[in-house]
Design a protein around this ligand. Structure first.
Ligand SMILES: [Ca+2]
Length: 204
């Protein structure tokens, strides 16, 4: 009987250890799987964030990049003054041209307003010669007093001159009409001349 009791005690001891291990382990697993076990609730609303960063694009384009005067015929009695906003055969002083109204159109196709300037490579225009430009805003692309060069102004070969200090980009309000005026001296020899004109944009 004594031997039988010893075996029973050992068995009971082993079962007790196994029971303790199972109990502690089970409690640990339950604690790991139970959300909000701390008892701190978050309430009935939660606030997160959504974000983005709009990228500014500065871009202008000439949707009409040609302002040919065509053939100019001077009477030789004084400086020829003529411009691209005049009809063929009329409006010139001491000269006329074969090309009708032939302006350029500048468009702001970016998504930021731009300060626009202009310069050119230059013609050989003789004694008393020179060239001018002007901008016309027919779409609301350059609102605000003093921001648009509306009268013929010297077209420089060096430092660019202001066209519009705050040109809008919104579609439908983003076009400027550009015209040019030439003053051609009587000592200019016959022949074809071409120059490049460049518009420059800076973000405002
Ligand atoms: Ca044109």
């Amino acid at each position: 009987m004594a031997k039988k009791e010893d075996i029973s005690n050992a068995t009971l001891a082993t079962l007790l250890v196994v029971a303790i291990v199972v109990s502690v382990g089970g409690t640990y697993v339950v604690l790991q799987r139970t959300p909000g076990i701390t008892g701190l609730y978050t309430g009935t609303s939660q606030t997160g964030t959504i974000s983005f960063n709009e990228q500014g694009v500065l871009s202008i384009r000439l949707t009409d990049a040609d302002s040919s005067f065509g053939n100019i015929t001077a009477n030789g009695t004084g400086v020829c003054t003529i411009s691209t906003d005049q009809a063929a055969g009329s409006g010139g002083v001491n000269c006329f041209k074969t090309e009708g109204v032939n302006s350029m159109t500048l468009n702001n196709d970016g998504n930021v307003n731009a300060s626009v300037t202009i310069n050119a490579t230059g013609f050989s225009l003789g004694t008393g010669g020179g060239q001018n430009f002007k901008a016309t805003d027919s779409t609301g692309a350059c609102p605000g007093a003093g921001t648009l060069t509306t009268a013929f102004t010297g077209l420089p070969q060096g430092a660019a001159a202001a066209v519009c200090t705050n040109m809008y980009f919104v579609d439908g309000d983003d076009d400027l009409t550009i015209d040019y005026q030439l003053l051609i001296g009587t000592d200019v020899l016959p022949g074809n001349q071409t120059e490049n004109v460049t518009f420059w944009a800076a973000q405002v």
